[in-house]
Ligand binder design. Structure first.
Ligand code: DGJ
Length: 565
């Protein structure tokens, strides 16, 4: 009996222990799938239970189709301090024969990314890439009956799939869902894949809207009830572009497209936005049923020379169409811009409205890219930044400004994301001739960041008309800031000007190692004396002191401030 009890007890212990171990192993081995979470005023991407800053780069379109081609590239991306790679998976490659799937290329990229300690955002190139149909399998291209193309006003056919092809959306969704099922099965432990881009830069080229007979009939019919209901429910919070069109048309609560939105190009564009959104929503929904990873779409943004939708892909997720996309595609989480135009801050700000999470899948590399990334993370609470064609822009990671910036941001990710959520972070994007200075307000201080003018600047010989700089400020306490800077100088003033002049109490440079701040030099003298014309400085409310960031790489300084009258 005693032996039995002892046995039973030890069996219970053994069971508990193994359950505990299994629990721990299971917990360690299988973190939650990546998801988006609103923290404070921003939405963050949670990976392995923590906010993730995607310090990313997007491969060129054809690179990831060949694992052998990619072999030597993965380690270089890691050496450049990327933590996330955006890589294409195309429909034509995974379903070359209808109903027969081959995920060799997906498996290879996941394995290679893991080996190099990188995460992946997969770009699903299905029906459309840059608005054009080219990545679909041959059996789709060949079947002109089953998978109909767009028609122009004059009755011509463009080699672009219409959004209204029922067989098309079903086939695209089936292939995409099969890929997501495969990823769910093979990536449930490591969670290497953290996001998915649906298609690429969708929208109609060459015309403002589709003129297939069924499209024309839809356009002439009543605005779909779901869309009308969304508009009527959210009217007060719609973006100004849509509000203006609705108001001009008399704020109707139902009617045809032209009755509700007015007659003109914008209505055609909104009609196309609704149809693309409905299509992509179906595909995304099918994928999320298999594996609910966050999804984003990317916009070919309006270019300065464009006169009409159709000059840029009509109906894409451009900023002026966001309400329609939100109404039509609740299964798409992020509406992203691809920004190659100079005014990065101005454009990105339009994509950060109405709580849209901020992620930039395509933009510049180099110093401009570093300034963009700093602005996106520090000023708009972004979850990621990614220059396009990263595999052909691989500079020396020990000197490349974007690599150095990624290295710096990686060392302070927890701090950045914590302050994004708390709203105690800001950033300046500086460009000679465009925006040489910016003043941020954090707590009781105005923080002016201006392109470097220091005589010790490695970049000061660069004509300021082309110079790039940036700065990020994090409020560590009421009078204490951590500043990251590149080719810029910082001065301080009180928000309340009756509080006098701000002086530097103490300044130290330093770096984060394993998340801990390690202070370096005490900065003073030439390193903090920005000017000697103190009478003039006094008239400008300045002490003459400030912070200089003048090396060839971004660095950190921690500053304690005081005020005097
Ligand atoms: C934008 C597209 O989204 C990319 O796939 C690529 O084609 C680039 N343009 C080329 O600059």
């Amino acid at each position: 009996m005693n032996t039995l009890i002892r046995f039973a007890k030890s069996a219970v212990w053994a069971l508990c222990l193994s359950a505990l171990i299994a629990g721990c192993v299971a917990k360690e081995a299988a973190p939650d799938a990546p998801y988006l979470e609103k923290r404070g005023n921003v939405t963050q991407l949670i990976v392995d239970g923590k906010p993730w800053l995607a310090l990313a780069g997007e491969l060129r379109n054809s690179s990831s189709s060949s694992p052998a081609y990619m072999d030597t590239i993965w380690p270089k991306l890691k050496a450049m301090h990327l933590n996330t790679v955006l890589a294409v998976v195309s429909w034509e490659q995974v379903e070359p024969v209808e109903g027969e799937f081959d995920f060799t290329v997906v498996d290879a990229m996941i394995q290679a990314a893991r080996k190099n300690d990188l995460r992946l955002a997969i770009l699903w190139f299905g029906a459309w890439k840059n608005g054009i149909t080219s990545y679909v399998p041959t059996w789709v291209k060949a079947d002109r009956e089953r998978f109909p193309y767009i028609q122009t006003k004059e009755g011509g056919t463009l080699p672009i799939l219409t959004t209204l092809g029922q067989n098309t959306v079903e086939a695209d969704a089936r292939a995409y869902a099969a890929m997501m099922k495969h990823i769910a099965a093979t990536d449930a432990v490591q969670r290497t894949v953290i996001m998915i881009q649906m298609q690429n830069e969708v929208g109609l080229h060459g015309d403002t809207r589709d003129y297939r007979p069924e499209a024309v009939a839809m356009f002439q019919a009543q605005v779909p009830a779901e869309l009308m209901e969304y508009i009527n429910t959210n009217r007060a919070n719609l973006l100004p572009e849509l509000q203006e069109a609705l108001a001009k048309a008399g704020n109707k609560t139902s009617g045809t497209w032209e009755e509700v939105f007015g007659v003109g190009d914008y209505t055609d564009e909104l009609f196309m936005a609704w149809n693309y959104a409905r299509y992509l929503n179906k595909v995304s929904e099918a994928g999320k049923k298999e594996y609910p990873l966050p999804t984003f779409v990317n916009a070919w943004i309006v270019q300065p020379q464009d006169l009409h939708p159709g000059d840029y892909p009509s109906g894409g997720p451009q900023a002026q169409n966001h309400d329609i996309w939100r109404a039509g595609a609740p299964n798409i989480d992020i509406l992203s811009p691809d920004i190659y135009l100079p005014d990065f801050p101005g454009i990105l700000t339009r994509y950060a409205r109405s709580g849209n999470p901020v992620f930039i899948p395509e933009s510049s590399a180099g110093a401009s890219g570093a300034a963009n990334a700093c602005f996106a993370f520090g000023q708009l609470g972004a979850i990621g930044y990614s220059p396009f064609g990263i595999d052909s822009r691989m500079g020396d990671p020990t000197t490349d400004p974007l690599s150095k910036t990624y290295e710096l941001f990686a060392s302070m990710t927890d701090l950045i994301t914590e302050h994004q959520a708390a709203g105690t972070i800001g950033a300046a994007w500086l460009k000679g001739g465009m925006n040489p200075e910016t003043t941020l307000t954090l707590g009781n201080y105005k923080i002016k960041m201006a392109l470097s003018q220091g005589r010790m600047s490695a970049l000061s010989s660069m004509p300021q008309s082309t110079a790039t700089g940036f700065g990020m400020a994090i409020m560590l306490g009421p009078d204490e800031f951590l500043i990251a800077g590149y080719n810029m100088q910082t001065t301080f003033a009180p928000v309340d000007s009756t509080q006098g002049i701000v002086g530097l109490s103490k300044v130290q440079d330093g770096a984060f190692h394993n998340g801990n701040w390690e202070a370096g030099r005490w900065l003073n003298g030439d390193e903090t004396q920005l000017r000697y014309d103190l009478l003039q400085a006094l008239k400008e409310g300045q002490s003459g002191f400030g912070l200089r960031f003048s090396g060839g790489a971004p660095t950190l300084q921690r500053v304690w401030l005081y005020k005097y009258q």
